[in-house]
Structure formats: C-alpha cells, structure tokens
Design a protein around this ligand. Structure first.
Ligand code: COA
Length: 291
C-alpha cells in the first residue's frame, strides 16, 4: 500500500494558483492534529492559511513544493531562503493520506534544495505534541535545540525603564543585524527587511544604541536582545501577540517567569529543531514559527 502511494505521488514547484487548495489542506491538517490533542488550531480559518500561503507562493525568496496524488493536490512544504539559515515550513499533508510517505518526500525535496544551495543550516519549529513530525524530522537529521512555550494573553502595556521601544526603519538594519549576529552567530536580515516594509518591526534602544529588535512579538515573528530586558521591553510594548502566541524558549526561566507573573498563559509546547550549523544563542531571543 505504502509503495503504491509513493509511486503515484508527483512533486512540483508551487505557484500562486495553488494557494487556495494548499491553504485548505494546511488548515485542515493543523486543525485535525490539534483537535486530536485538545489544543487550539494554528490557523483559525482556511482563509487565514490561504492568505499566508498566497504570500509565500508569490514571494521571490520563499520556495514552495506541492505534492499531487493522481493529479490532486494533497500537500505542500515551504522553505524560507531570505537569510543565512533556511527555515522550513509549514508542511502539511491532507489528513486522508497522511502517514504514507508524502510528508517524508516533501521534506526530502526541500532538504536536497537547501543542500544544493549551500545553506549552512536549516531550522524549523515543530508542534511538540505531534509524535509523527518529531520522529520524521529526527530521522531526516534534525536535532532538538530548544523547547518553546507559545505564550498568549492581554497586551501588557508596560515600559522597562532605560529601554526605549520604537518603530524600525531601514536605517536601523545594520545595527539590528549586528545584534542578531551577536546572539545567533548569523543575521536574519531578510526577514527583518520584510517586517520593516510591513511596519511590524520594533527596535529597543538602551544607553543610546540599538540592543534588541523584534520583527513582531507574534507566532510569525522573531526577536533578539542582548539581555532579557530588551525582550521584556518588546513584549511589554506589543499591541497584541498575533497568531496563537509568541514563541518563548522555555529554558529562559527568568523571562518565562516574568511573562507568567504578568498574566500571560502557555497555549502549547513547541520545539525548535535544526540540522547543520546551529550556534547556541548568546543573549535572549524569541523564535518564530516561520519568519
Ligand atoms: C507532519 C506531516 C507533514 C507528516 O507527513 P506524513 O505524510 O503524514 O508523514 P510520512 O508518512 O511521510 O512520515 C511519517 C514518519 O514518521 C513515522 N512515525 C509516525 N508516527 C510515529 C511515532 N509515533 N513514533 C515514531 N515514528 C513515527 C512513520 O513511520 C514515518 O517514518 P518513515 O518515513 O521512516 O516510514 C503530516 O502528518 C501533517 O500534515 N500533519 C499535520 C500538520 C503538522 O503537524 N505539520 C507539521 C508541523 S510541525
């Protein structure tokens, strides 16, 4: 049975025309696994999943691959190639044909591509309660790097004395990239440029220089800071935490406790995984599920 399915699966590059079908599958795949485990879905509607995948399928530095079974779209996977380290996801397979190697093929296709393009490392964020994806990624060479807690709640509307949060402009790009370089060993300038264009990016200034930034304090945004104080300032100033919540490294107990003391709640656990180059962060960070 497994072999028959493998034989008729065809992979091809995604195009903007695939957005609606891939969006529907993305929504139903995440909703199905979330409901099985009593967690909220990653996307609240098929339209939200379709909007994200439309942007991805049209983006010049994000590549999408689509799986077809007997001419019908049954899954997709994406790789964000905007920065030094590639980012995989979202990967989803139609729940009616899951666990029959299609996910493995979609992952392998992307891994061959990033290897040919000589990315030094690849990252992804995995839904911690999904035993299947955890096993699949581990077999494909990924290692668990960081347990994450998705945090959600009312905006805190607080300021951290001495840490000024303001919108980011293109003039701040170099300084932000320097902070990211110090924390992660590489910059994430590609994602930051898009966030500045979208108007979601914020910087933190301390003692007259930029010491942290966030593309957004959200499921789809990352943040870095020289210390936890920068992240407290960014979280404290965020007008909302878009998506299911922001991704806090659970081992950062001091920041985690601070968020809990301010009334934020843990929505679900996730896992940062990577293969290839990975530097243990030096400083504070929030992960992003995609970019
Ligand atoms: C995750 C997902 C993309 C995987 O695709 P898939 O087609 O179902 O998976 P595959 O059949 O290709 O691979 C599953 C692998 O995990 C293994 N596996 C499944 N459950 C397992 C378990 N509990 N323990 C160990 N291994 C397990 C299977 O044996 C298989 O390994 P193999 O390829 O070496 O035989 C798909 O299930 C999906 O869309 N899930 C919902 C959305 C989601 O969670 N996406 C990922 C976000 S992190």
């Amino acid at each position: 049975m497994k072999e028959q399915v493998r034989m008729s699966v065809k992979l091809r590059p995604g195009t903007p025309k695939d957005a609606m079908q891939c969006g529907k599958i993305c929504y139903s795949a995440f909703r199905t696994i979330a409901e099985e485990h009593n967690f909220p879905p990653d996307f609240l509607s098929p339209e939200l999943a379709t909007t994200l995948l439309s942007e991805y399928l049209a983006h010049p530095h994000i590549y999408g691959v689509v799986a077809e079974l007997d001419g019908r779209v049954v899954g997709s996977n994406f790789v964000d190639e905007r920065s030094t380290i590639a980012g995989i996801g979202p990967i989803t397979v139609d729940p009616t044909v899951q666990n029959r190697t299609i996910g493995r093929e979609l992952m392998q296709h992307i891994l061959v591509r990033v290897s040919r393009r000589r990315f030094p490392g690849v990252r992804l964020v995995q839904t911690a309660y999904n035993n299947r994806s955890l096993s699949l990624y581990t077999k494909l060479g990924f290692a668990v790097r960081e347990p994450l807690s998705v945090m959600q709640g009312q905006p805190l509307a607080i300021q951290i004395p001495g840490y000024i949060v303001r919108p980011t402009s293109m003039d701040d790009l170099d300084a932000c990239n320097q902070v990211c370089l110090r924390v992660h060993g590489h910059d994430r300038g590609g994602e930051l440029i898009d966030a500045i264009r979208h108007g979601t990016a914020k910087v933190v200034e301390h003692n007259g220089r930029i010491t942290g930034y966030a593309t957004a304090v959200a499921f789809f945004g990352h943040a870095v800071g020289e210390t936890n104080e920068e992240l407290k300032a960014l979280i404290g100033a965020a007008p909302s935490f878009l998506g299911p919540g922001f991704l806090l490294p659970s081992r950062n107990s001091e920041l985690f406790r601070w968020c809990l003391e301010y009334g934020l709640r843990v929505v679900q656990p996730m896992t940062l995984m990577s293969t290839g180059l990975y530097n243990e962060p030096v400083g504070a960070f929030l992960a992003s599920v995609l970019y």
